[in-house]
Design a binder for this molecule. Sequence first.
Ligand SMILES: NC(=O)c1ccc[n+]([C@@H]2O[C@H](COP(=O)([O-])OP(=O)(O)OC[C@H]3O[C@@H](n4cnc5c(N)ncnc54)[C@H](OP(=O)(O)O)[C@@H]3O)[C@@H](O)[C@H]2O)c1
Length: 161
Amino acid sequence: MTSTDVPHALTVIGLGEMGSALAAAFLDGGHPTTVWNRTPRKAAALVAKGARQVSTVADAVAAGPLLVVSVKGNTAVREVLEPAGAALAGRAVLNLTDGTSAEARTTADWFTDRGAEYLHGQIMTIARPSGTRTPWCSTAAPRRCTTASAPCWSWSAAGGA
Ligand SMILES: NC(=O)c1ccc[n+]([C@@H]2O[C@H](COP(=O)([O-])OP(=O)(O)OC[C@H]3O[C@@H](n4cnc5c(N)ncnc54)[C@H](OP(=O)(O)O)[C@@H]3O)[C@@H](O)[C@H]2O)c1
């Protein structure tokens, strides 16, 4: 964590190669990190590093204001978050799941309709082994962002976790 970084509680949804690398980097940066994955056993190494694992997406969304999502495809993003329902309102969602720009717009509208602040990111590097820093991603928001997502912006501007 650099001197300009401030610890922010984050929730990572999706613990594949990339989500796991991101969550590990958040933990290494001193950010309290909650994790959820469809296959729970994949969280074991992160829990050993200090992550808090939750068993439902509703609990993941309830854990804090910032959600970082990294799953396989934007249809899965929406399916995974659907059970959270109204709890998404007021949350900032940074979606780092690859897809077309049309899928990104559909997903942005889906979250915005539920009252969430949506940011779409593109990871520009490959996943690295746990414990190394994720160098950077580019992030864009379709609408003016407000306070809920400010930590996302400062995190992105600082070059990732
Ligand atoms: N790996 C990289 O170097 C890299 C680089 C740039 C961008 N990306 C992008 O990052 C995203 C994640 O990639 P990854 O490499 O982490 O993929 P991955 O290792 O294949 O993991 C996929 C993740 O998505 C979850 N998932 C897939 N379908 C799901 C569904 N229907 N419902 C709930 N969860 C589902 C998986 O859950 P389970 O564990 O339960 O299967 C797992 O957490 C992708 O969009 C990828 O294109 C990856």
